[in-house]
Design a binder for this molecule. Structure first.
Ligand code: SER
Length: 316
């Protein structure tokens, strides 16, 4: 990768991936793009930026041409619970924007990274140690777009040789930009509540296990996969990656060890609970480890130490 375009740069992942890649590849080599424009702060000041609505293929093509891009990161997304409210919007962003990126990647010979998700699985999938290659019959529109995305991305690789690569992200926990409309968002919001000294109302029941990952590992994964030797990749779209799996009680306990007067109560959100119940408890990421060296650094304890330290600074 030499010249990178990030679509959805102001979102939860993009707002951290952009500076991360600018550090590695040079600030002028990473273009931050979003439909919400102009961008602010480091996204605008740290390197080139432009407006892209990912549902408009011409805007993507224009930026790829203008900046001589060789790798596109397609991070435009409507998360799972929000997409249930507007399924057509979920489809248009999840699949429509991806098709635009694939066609541009084919025309201009760029690599393409698009995240998939634990949401690409469904209730018939084995819940524990979910295999890399298994049943994928998701019951959410978000999941349907993710499975479609995995299949069409593999198709573009096999049929046209487009260098498509992807990971199935767990819920991502971060402290820069809040996610919005996701089923795993509670695991971010709980830290903000704890550090602000507020009571937290957990939308999911005790015992709802899901894979989660701290943002630094999620960022490392992208670079490791995109830089991996293609001859070693038996899979492409998409790799299971995992680092920790917990339920609301486990994250509550980890936070209470550090903030003993923090209080959490349960206030169930039916849509989110139904979605979470259809997702794996923990994925088997052996293929990612073997094919491109995936090896995360954070677990629940080390992540909790860091989240509380960073949020105390940020919210003071
Ligand atoms: N974090 C996403 C969501 O909860 C799953 O990939 O929708």
């Amino acid at each position: 990768m030499k010249k990178i375009l990030i679509i959805g740069a102001s979102g939860q992942i993009g707002s951290e991936l952009t500076p991360f890649l600018r550090n590695i590849y040079g600030s002028n080599h990473v273009v931050a793009a979003d439909c919400f424009f102009p961008l602010k702060g480091e996204l605008a000041e740290g390197g080139p930026s432009c407006k892209i609505d990912a549902t408009n293929a011409q805007e993507i093509a224009d930026a790829v041409k203008k900046y001589d891009i060789d790798a596109v990161f397609n991070l435009a997304a409507i998360l799972s619970a929000k997409a249930e409210e507007s399924p057509m919007l979920g489809w248009n962003i999840g699949v429509g924007a991806l098709l635009n990126c694939l066609e541009v990647a084919r025309e201009f010979n760029t690599a393409l990274f698009t995240p998939s998700s634990i949401g690409a699985f469904g209730p018939e999938t084995p819940r524990m140690n979910t295999p890399q290659d298994t049943i994928q019959r998701p019951k959410t529109i978000y999941g349907v777009t993710k499975v479609t995305g995995e299949l069409i991305s593999d198709y573009y690789f096999q049929r046209f040789g487009v260098d498509t690569r992807s990971v199935r992200y767990p819920g991502i926990i971060s402290n820069v930009t809040l996610p919005g409309g996701g089923t795993t968002d509670y695991a971010v919001e709980i830290y903000y509540a704890a550090v602000k000294g507020e009571k937290f109302y957990c939308p999911l029941q005790a015992g709802t296990l899901m894979d989660m990952m701290y943002m630094p590992d999620a960022l490392d994964a992208v670079v490791q996969l995109m830089e991996a030797d293609p001859s070693k990749l038996k899979h492409r779209n998409s790799f299971n990656i995992a680092s920790m799996s917990f339920d609301p009680e486990m994250i509550y306990t980890a936070i209470r060890k550090r903030i003993p007067d923090f209080v959490m109560e349960y206030k169930q959100d039916e849509v989110r609970q139904r979605i979470a119940d259809s997702w794996p408890d923990s994925m088997d990421d052996t293929c990612a480890r073997e094919e491109w060296g995936w090896n995360p650094n954070y677990n629940l304890e080390t992540m909790t130490d860091d989240m509380i330290k960073v949020l105390r600074e940020k919210l003071k």
